[in-house]
Design a protein around this ligand. Sequence first.
Ligand SMILES: [Zn+2]
Length: 238
Amino acid sequence: MAQGFKLKDENGITYLQLPLFRRIRHAFCTRFVGEEGSEAALGIPPGRLLTLRQVHGAEVLIFEENTRAALTYPLPYDAVITDKKRVALGIWTADCLPILMVDRSKRIIAAVHAGWRGIWRGVIERTVNEMMKTFGCSPADILAGIGPGIGPCCYEVGTDVVSLFQNSHDTPDQLIQEREGRTYLDLKRAAQLELSKTGIPLDNIETIPLCTACREDLFFSFRRDKKPGRQLSFIMLK
Ligand SMILES: [Zn+2]
């Protein structure tokens, strides 16, 4: 059941939240997050933001040592899972998708960086599988939020990407759109399919439909800006 998203604006910080996640602390930030002090304003305790050295791969970090956070994890990972409290799992994106997940009954959270490469390499499926294997999660209990990312309106891809998705999906027509001789990939639809393939019910998946390239008023976009500038998304157990 789609519950949509809420746009919050507090002290010059603008971010999005999902009613689906209710009391779980989380945010999909926009470009309007001040560098200094924004972590505190978002409810992240000092020195408790963990981010990854994202490489568009499919490696999943299980964060277990609760002594170490507030840093970019030194090894390359594109997803992280934890059962630890008061550590914010952060993902940086500019067009790729930030995906946040929570299993309420087991009190497990996950954050995933998913562009076409990561999705094609199976980062979403591997994350859910790790949640099941390591923490005993059941897909039926997992809630997943797909954050702002580039939409099929703007995400033109080449024939190499098109054929990869055509060869790996039973229904590529759901992912690939053709307009005026150009091809576009629907990354969010691809992520939804990956999530539901793992057994997560459709009612447990919320997608923020905003396109980072269209919405210059809210988001950084690498495709549009051709320069660095990324927004943070995070989830944390209190
Ligand atoms: Zn767009």
